[in-house]
Structures are given as C-alpha cells and as structure tokens.
Ligand binder design. Structure first.
Ligand SMILES: *[C@@H]1O[C@H](CO)[C@@H](O)[C@H](O)[C@H]1NC(C)=O
Ligand SMILES: *[C@@H]1O[C@H](CO)[C@@H](O)[C@H](O)[C@H]1NC(C)=O
Ligand SMILES: *[C@@H]1O[C@H](CO)[C@@H](O)[C@H](O)[C@H]1NC(C)=O
Ligand SMILES: *[C@@H]1O[C@H](CO)[C@@H](O)[C@H](O)[C@H]1NC(C)=O
Ligand SMILES: *[C@@H]1O[C@H](CO)[C@@H](O)[C@H](O)[C@H]1NC(C)=O
Ligand SMILES: *[C@@H]1O[C@H](CO)[C@@H](O)[C@H](O)[C@H]1NC(C)=O
Ligand SMILES: *[C@@H]1O[C@H](CO)[C@@H](O)[C@H](O)[C@H]1NC(C)=O
Ligand SMILES: *[C@@H]1O[C@H](CO)[C@@H](O)[C@H](O)[C@H]1NC(C)=O
Length: 753
C-alpha cells in the first residue's frame, strides 16, 4: 500500500523548505478573526485519484502548513473505514473489472442506487486487487490503476496537520448492521480527528458528549437545497432558516459554495446571501465546498480560480472560515498570497513586464476600446496594438488582418472572402479589402482561442461589446492613461507593400511621430515583428525597443543565430513551448533558451498566457498563477504576454512572487518532469522528437519589397511576383538599407498624405 510513498516524500521535500511566517497585518472577517483554512477534499484530488496516497501526500506538501485532509468515510463488510467520496466504488476504482458480478442495487436514503458498494467486500478483497482511477475527465488519467484505496489509517498515518472525517451515509451503514458512531469514536481515540461532518442530524447528535469537544469539532453539512435531511425529513433549505437549532449540536456548517454566492443559470454570480453573517451571529463557523480549478463555474471569475476564493474570503463584508477544495495549493496561494493585496503596487525593479495580447482580450473582444481600458484597470505595464491596414490606408489595431474570428464580418461581407496563402492557409475576409468606415460597421466578437475538445466560452455578456480603434486613437489612449509603455506589432508588411501598395512601417512611424512618441522617453515603445527587415527599418530610432517574434518552436538558441538577432533586436517574443517542453500536458524539461538569450543581452518575452485550465500543463496545477511563477521566477523571463493581465498583476503584486523575501507561502515552479516520473513507466506517453534549435534562417528575412503604387481600386492587386517567403532564405540576405528611401517615398504616395 505504501509503495509510492517514498518517491513522493523525496519529491516534495524541497518544496517545503521555504515555508515561513505569515504576512504581518491581516484582518480576517472570519468567525474568530483567524485566517481561513484550506481543506483538501480527498487530498490533492485535482491532480491524483481522489483519496489516494499520492493525493494526500501532495496536499500536505504543496499547501499551507495547517492544511486539513478531508476523508469521506465508507465502511467495508468487516467494518474497516476507507476514504472515498462516492458510496459506489465503480466510478473511482477498477472494481467492476475485478468483481464483474458485484453490482448491487440498494436503497440509499430513499433512492435506488446501482453500483459496487464497499459493504459487500471485506477489506482484504478490496485491498488485494482494486486500484483507484481518476473520475474527472479534465484531470490526468496517468496515475490510474496503480494506486490502492486508502484506509482512514493510511491517511492519518501521513501525519496531516489536521484531519477531517465526513460521514455522509450513517443511515445506510446502520441498515447494513455497521455502527459508524462506534467506528468514529474508536478512530478518534487512536487517530486524532479534528473535524467530523455529516449531513445527518441524528448522527451528529449521537456523537454529542461522546467526543472530546476541544479536540473534535462537529460540523453539519448542508446538501442541495431541495434534498431531504433523513432525521427531520425537512429540506436542507428549510433547515437553513433556523441556524440556532443547528448550533445546538454543531459548531459549524459546511455548505455548497452557491449557498453563499449564488450563480444563476447563465453562470453569472448574483449578490451574496447573508448566510455567512447569519451563521457567524449564531457562533457557527462556515466552510464552503465545491472549489476546483477546472470547475470555476461563473464567468465573473474570468477562469482565474484564485479570483473565486477571493470572492469568498476577501470581500468587504465577510470571510468564510475555510474552503473545501480539490486543488489545495491554489486555495493556499489565494489565502496567503493574494488576499488583502488589492492596494499594494507591483514592485517596479527587477520584475517582469506585463504585456497584453490585444488588450485584456480574455475579458473583452480583441483590440477593442474596452479591452484596452480593462488592461489599464488591470494594471498591465505595456498595452499592445497589432497594426492592420484598411483598403483606404487607415491603420488600426487587431490581432489578425483576417476579420473573421474577431468580428461579425461574415454576416455582411461574405462576398469579400478570399484565399491568401502568403497570410494564412484558410480563406479569410481581410481588412485591406474593406474601408475603415466599413470596418466600423462591424461588431467586435469575443471568442475563445481554439482549444481542441473542451472549448471554454469567454463571457457571453461581453461577446459583442466595444469598438475597434485606429492606431492613432490607441496612441492617444496610451498617452492619456500614462501606461508604462506600448507594443506595436507589425506582420505581413512585405505582402502589403508588394501586393496592396500599403506601407505598414510608414504608417507606424508617422503615427508614433504624430503622437510625439518619438520625442519622449517617459513611455517605452516596443516595436515587434516576425520580420527582421521590419525591425531593421526602425534601427534609426534608438528609443524604440525592437522585439523579434520567433513563432517556430525551438529547443535551443546557439550563439551564431542569437548574435545575428542582436544586430537588429533587443528582445525576442517566444511561444511557451520554446521555454518549457511538454509531453501530453506534463512538463518534461525547461530549455535554456532564456539563459542563452540573456548571455547575448537579449530580453525574452513569453507568449501567450491564458487563464483557461485547458491550456495549462498539469504540473502547473491547472493554475495560471503557478504558470506565471514558472516563467517569471523559475525561468526568468523579462516579460509575459497575456490575455488576462489582472491575473498577472495579482501575482506580481503578491508578496509571494519574491522568493528571496520572507514569503508567507512560496509559489514554486515545478521541477519539470517530476510529475511524469511518478507514473508507471508503461503508461508514459511516447517521447516526442525534440524541437530543432534556433536557426539563422528563422531569424533573418529578405529586405521589404518596395511599396507598389499602381493599385487598382477594386479587386486584388495585380502584382505578379510572389512575396519572398521566409523558408529557404539564407543568412546573407541582411542588407536592408538600400531600398529604404524608395519605400518611404512610395508609401507616402500610396497613403495619400
Ligand atoms: C463519476 O464521478 C465524477 C466526480 O464525482 C462525476 O462528475 C461523474 O458524473 C461520475 N460519473 C458517473 C458515471 O457516475
Ligand atoms: C487478485 O490478485 C491475485 C494476486 O495478486 C491474483 O492471483 C488474482 O487472480 C487476482 N484476482 C483478480 C480477480 O484479478
Ligand atoms: C429554531 O430552533 C429552536 C431550537 O430548536 C427553536 O426553539 C425555535 O423555535 C426555532 N425557531 C423557528 C423560527 O423555527
Ligand atoms: C457578475 O457579472 C455580471 C455580468 O457582468 C454582473 O451583472 C454581476 O453583477 C456580477 N456579479 C458580481 C457578484 O459581481
Ligand atoms: C484601497 O484603496 C481604495 C481606494 O483608494 C480605498 O477606498 C480602500 O479603502 C483601500 N483598501 C484597503 C484595504 O486599504
Ligand atoms: C495626429 O494626432 C492627432 C491628435 O492626437 C489626431 O487627432 C490625428 O488623427 C493624428 N493624425 C494622424 C495622421 O495620425
Ligand atoms: C546590454 O544592453 C544594455 C542596454 O540595452 C547595455 O547597457 C549593456 O552594456 C549591454 N551589455 C552587454 C554585455 O552588451
Ligand atoms: C538551418 O536551416 C537550413 C535551411 O532550412 C538548413 O539547411 C540547415 O541545415 C539548418 N542549420 C542547422 C544548424 O540546423
């Protein structure tokens, strides 16, 4: 049963090393003014099969030092206590395979339930062959079929700081001639149980006076509002009406989280109920259940699981006394690192820049006025504009020249759909085929990035809000809001020059100069492109920082191509997999690309970070903040490019983001590959071929072609030659100076200035 125990201990010891004192000034609105507690349901069940040794051990090692392990008690035929949430074992174990004829139907509190029940098996039968499986699809199945069930002794044997036993089915086990109360009494003598909860009033009353009250708290658990409590035959919602009667036999209550912050059918949070205040008035502690990073439940949290905890512990009215979570490290981090921080500012020195990706585009549609305003409210350092051109030469901000994903263009301009292989593989409706006044008639559209089979929609209430803005409006906005800086992204410049007679670089230069960004040094200007010749065009503007986007995934940055970059860029923007290699959603290694870039004095920004757990490796605990900590404090990037700047600034403002300081709880980057190493070798995903190293041919592009001037007003441009493609280019095509003058002149003409 303890086969894996040793490995886990080794692995997590280093993670515990830095835990230290609490933050000094905290003022909690809990019943006793104490910090809320973290209760780990079945251990770290968000990662490992619920109630497995791995789950319990990891909960202890990754959570606050006073974490409470939560065990749902079931009894075997011979009266042994085991930890499993469901009264049926078939959903969370392989029991149906081991005992194919073991299915039974029992009456459980008035309902017929089919399945495999622990009361039909002796502990010997259950512990010889039955293994645990992960029963939530969004969680790793890699640890299935290798871990045995845990007895209650197995869990308490790990010496958890505190232990909570939930007795969900006393009536059922009594009907099967098993005495739960006497099991619990015996167990609490030998094992130390700090909390006992039950949704059955008679059971809790039967324990009154039989346990040491100072050591063991009795908690009444509320189930769904319409479910019927077996003793009183009243619904739980009606029991809620009289909390003083609960106080007679319990010192606290455990309630589903929506008892406190109700969520309506559209998944929006409604106003809080008065439950916490009412219960506190009666002297009852309140624990809220149902927290999980992969089930945040309401759009109001923008897929940031820490935002949900803060709603319960850091609002101005009340705080719950504890949270029951499948992801106890995230709960720990919210409580110890993120609560009561709203007014602290981000330390300015030595911290990574928060750069947006199309504004706060996780919250509002890409590159809209509202997305930029949200970015400022969320305290981004650098706001970004990817410059696109309209047919009539207006530069505006949007993620892509193709309007299909980010706007309602399909409904009105379907006929303008074309295929442009130089830009993308699919057909699109491109901004340079529409005038600015046509584009202003479109509604922006908030969409989710493509996420294979589990698309998490972004806030439907914001789906069509906001408006697109011109580059000039963007610059005025950035000035007015005094953001630390701006990032101007330029792509497809060669195509637009040679095929559409539009000069992106010129439009940008002029707009920056018109807004006097060229004559000041207070706000940073970052010019970003995937095209070295675009960056080279700005080499005479030393105040601007040049950023090369390298979209290809690389595993290494050898000296030669890196030095080549240094000739025209000060920073690179790299996709996440170029810094962290993964295999089947587990990390395998950190590359040393950042160190190599730093050795050449090149800054590194990583893109794109998003809150949705479906794009976050399991090693980051489905927690966007752990991913941020990995790139920032683990790997040492100079900036993160994110669609959710609020989450990044919450992390960077937190005392826990400085691992050298005296942190209340360390948010540690994972050891890459360590989680994978816990899986049985035969279940590991096949090793993937490593990405190639950075190659000079990825880095250096041919000079921009001249801007054609003979563009007819309708239809695609009649320029026969194809745009030079990046692949097949060699390192010697670096000379850009030559045609610079010609380009400037031609583009002035074509823009009509
Ligand atoms: C299995 O358990 C999970 C988690 O409790 C639940 O979401 C799922 O619906 C269950 N599946 C079945 C078939 O009971
Ligand atoms: C249970 O395990 C034992 C020994 O490990 C094995 O001999 C037996 O066949 C297994 N039973 C089943 C039903 O798998
Ligand atoms: C609430 O419960 C207490 C104790 O059981 C009882 O005395 C009181 O009458 C109840 N109040 C209401 C409004 O039902
Ligand atoms: C949640 O979001 C909705 C829609 O934006 C808003 O109306 C509501 O007030 C929010 N709820 C809370 C509690 O902030
Ligand atoms: C934070 O700042 C706001 C506005 O300045 C102020 O109203 C609020 O009381 C402050 N909160 C704390 C906890 O200091
Ligand atoms: C120049 O700046 C002014 C004021 O910010 C703005 O109104 C105008 O549209 C800008 N012109 C161009 C060509 O960008
Ligand atoms: C690195 O760049 C900074 C400015 O970007 C400069 O001050 C410094 O001298 C450079 N260091 C090296 C070793 O080139
Ligand atoms: C770089 O890319 C070129 C062209 O794709 C290829 O011929 C060359 O072998 C590559 N160099 C390295 C070091 O991988």
């Amino acid at each position: 049963m303890m086969r894996y125990f040793f490995v886990v201990l080794l692995l997590v010891n280093s993670a515990c090393a830095k835990k230290s004192s609490e933050k000094p000034v905290q003022n909690w609105q809990t019943l006793n003014g104490d910090r809320p507690v973290v209760i780990a349901r079945g251990g770290f069940s968000g990662l490992f099969p619920e109630s497995s040794q791995f789950a319990y051990q990891f909960a202890i090692s990754t959570s606050l030092p006073d974490v409470i392990l939560f065990c749902d008690l079931q009894l075997t035929k011979d009266g042994q206590g085991i930890c499993q949430t469901d009264i049926r074992l078939d959903n969370s174990t392989n029991i149906a395979l081991i005992y194919p004829r073991g299915q039974k139907t029992y009456n459980v509190n008035g309902e017929k339930v089919h399945g495999w029940f622990s009361v039909d098996y002796t502990s010997k039968q259950l512990f010889t062959n039955v293994t645990l499986t992960q029963n939530v699809l969004s969680r790793p199945s890699l640890f299935d079929d290798s871990l045995p069930l845990s007895t209650v002794e197995d869990a308490t044997g790990l010496r958890p700081p505190k232990f909570w036993l939930n007795v969900q089915y006393d009536t059922f086990y009594t009907q099967h001639n098993l005495n739960v109360a006497s099991y619990v009494q015996k167990a609490s003598k030998s094992m130390g149980i700090n909390y006992i909860s039950s949704p059955e009033i008679s059971f809790l009353k039967s324990l009154n006076g039989k346990l040491n009250k100072a050591r063991t708290k009795l908690i009444f658990r509320f189930l769904d509002a319409n479910a019927v409590e077996p003793t009183t035959k009243q619904t739980y919602s009606s029991l809620l009406e009289n909390l003083s009667s609960i106080k007679l036999f319990a010192s606290g209550i455990l309630v589903p989280k929506d008892y406190i912050w109700p969520v309506n059918t559209n998944k929006y949070l409604e106003a809080a109920t008065s439950l916490v205040a009412d219960a506190h008035k009666q002297g009852l502690e309140v624990f809220a259940s149902g927290f999980a990073n992969d089930m945040t439940g309401s759009y109001n949290y923008s897929y940031d699981p820490t935002a949900e905890y803060l709603q319960f512990i850091d609002n101005s009215e009340f705080s719950v006394d504890g949270v029951l979570s499948d992801f106890p490290p995230t709960a720990s981090e919210a409580i110890a690192c993120l609560a009561q921080n709203k007014n602290t500012s981000k330390p300015s020195k030595g911290k990574a820049l928060i750069i947006t990706h199309n504004g706060a585009s996780g919250v509002f549609a890409d590159s809209t006025d509202l997305a930029y305003q949200q970015a400022v409210d969320d305290r981004a350092d650098i706001i970004d504009c990817s410059v696109q051109m309209t047919k009539d030469g207006v530069a505006f901000c949007l993620d892509s020249p193709d309007l299909m994903r980010d706007s309602t263009v399909m409904t009105s301009f379907m006929s303008r759909s074309t295929m442009i292989p130089e830009i993308q593989q699919n057909s699109g409706i491109f901004s340079f085929d529409l005038t600015w006044s046509e584009i202003q008639t479109l509604k922006p559209q908030l969409t989710s990035p493509v996420q294979s089979d589990n698309p998490l929609p972004r806030n439907p209430a914001n789906k069509n809000k906001g408006k697109f803005i011109t580059l000039s409006e963007f610059l005025d906005f950035a000035k007015e809001k005094a953001v630390t800086g701006i990032l101007i992204n330029i792509e497809n410049a060669a195509y637009l020059a040679s095929k559409k007679g539009l000069s992106l670089t010129d439009a940008v230069t002029k707009a920056l100069s018109n807004a006097t960004f060229d004559k000041q040094a207070t706000q940073q200007v970052l010019i970003q492109s995937d095209d070295s010749s675009v960056l080279s065009k700005f080499k005479d503007a030393p105040n601007y920082k040049k950023v090369l986007t390298i979209k290809e995934i690389i595993s290494d940055a050898p000296k030669q191509p890196t030095e080549e970059i240094k000739k025209f860029a000060d920073a690179v923007n790299l996709p996440r997999p170029s810094l962290v290699s993964t295999s089947g959603f587990f990390t395998t290694a950190f590359t040393d690309v950042v160190d190599k870039m730093h050795a050449s004095n090149i800054s590194v920004y990583v893109s794109v970070l998003r809150n949705e757990y479906t794009v976050i490796a399991f090693d980051f605990f489905s927690d966007p903040i752990v991913e941020l900590a990995t790139y920032i404090s683990g790997i040492g990037v100079d900036g993160i490019i994110t669609e959710y700047p609020a989450t990044a600034s919450a992390y960077l403002r937190s005392p826990c983001s400085d691992l050298n300081g005296d942190v209340p709880y360390p948010i540690l980057p994972p050891e890459p590959g360590s989680l994978l190493s816990l899986a049985p070798p035969e279940l590991l995903p096949p090793a993937e071929a490593p990405a190639p190293p950075l190659n000079a041919s990825d880095v250096v592009d041919p000079p921009l072609p001249p801007v054609v001037s003979d563009i007819s007003d309708t239809g695609p441009a009649a320029v026969p030659t194809g745009t030079p493609k990046r692949s097949g280019q060699t390192a010697n095509v670096v000379n850009v100076g030559l045609c610079l003058v010609a380009i400037v002149v031609l583009s002035l003409v074509s823009l009509g200035y």
